[in-house]
Design a protein. Sequence first.
Length: 487
Amino acid sequence: MKQAIVVGAGIGGLSAAIVLASEGVHVTVIEAGPNAGGKAATVELDGLTLDTGPSVLTMPDVFDELFRLSGSSLAAEVTLTRPDPAFRYLFPDGVVLDVFHELRRTEESVARTLGSTAASEFAAFMDYSKVIWDTASPAFVYGPSPTIGQLVMQGPRAIAQLAKIDGLSKMWSAIRKRVKSQQLQWLFARYATYNGSDTRSAPATLNCIAHVELGLGGFGVKGGIHELIRALVRAGERLGVGYRFDEPVREVMFDGKRVTGVRTDAGTLGADLVVANTEAQHLYRELAPSLRGAPKDDAPSTSGYNAIVRTQKLATRAAHTVLFPDNYLDEFRDLFDNKRPPREPTVYLCDLGLCHEFDTWGDEAPMFLMANAPALAPNGESPRDEWRVLGEEVLERARVRGLLSPASRVLWSRTPADLAARFPGSRGSLYGAASNSSMAAFKRPANRIQPGLYLASGSAHPGGGMPLAALSGRAAAREALDDLGAP
């Protein structure tokens, strides 16, 4: 039986382990931390297990496929929730816009709030977004790592595809071309932040994210996102996957160019192949420094300031709330041009109990807060004063708008520096490299580094976020299985 080691128990690593084990490979997952999940982590606060990472599940079919490989299904493992409304957007002019799981209801909400013209713009933009997704996702999401060579070989067909996915336009200019309502412009521009990119320079192809969340649906998980992580671990166990926690991997070992296993603090472990569920920079710089072709580290995606606040339950609360600043584009200028925390940040709040349907503290609830922040500088400098000011600004804006009670208190917080320390090679970036050029998809590290060594994480193809990380793990495992079957 072939032996595989997966370094890291994030979603990409758990996915790769399931796919490999389903094909008869003996898999051992080795994780530096005490638990599985990676950036989908948890913290214990006042008797509750609370998520500190993603709060919305999109593309649930990706996870259903993984569970079916282990003889189960997504529905059998977890219960998805559909908060009503799905999101509430608060704009500086006082407009409050609710969006729902059903496009029809969202269009009706837009019509009530912003008028019939805006509703028509919304519907047309969603049609445009769906065309991009349907055209781009087979090659850029579900397929193997795309290359320029593949594009050139397609000839005129590639040009036609580029037109359909709007790959030569910029996200913000494409939004403004199709939508005149400023509120809708900001709503659609925000989807650039779903992979830590700049709406002004990211390719308009990213406008497909609107279809993924608004068209395909964004869900909660009953009990919390960590219930999905636990279910993925169980799926691996059913297939014979072994897990070792609190054991950092220090080195991928080679005999010449052939991968032979890994070295940890506990010793060495041999294997026929290794899947690195790590940041690409960590693999190249620390685990396998002899590798050539390290990806550039000059354009990381954004990081984030996070906090969990214990607050009174408010009558007007929603599962997810987005509080926009006076000028949304100023946030992107601060993050990408000036490389500093936004002076007036957009504030995202998730009412964890309401979103994921679990009991909290009577008349009090845990609220997860997030504001975008730049990744750390290449030298790792982290001005803690900036994070303190950003955290204070986030809390103050939420309180002033009535989203937190006056007596609310912070139970936990995390800065970009904390993220950088927890995930080596990330600089605190949440999604690997930012997608701020038309060539970004082609520059993202491939899943196959060389025969026997593979990369599965949000910093590799196809990108960051829970479903894409899972697809990265699947892609890495399939590349490995192809190599195992090669003569």
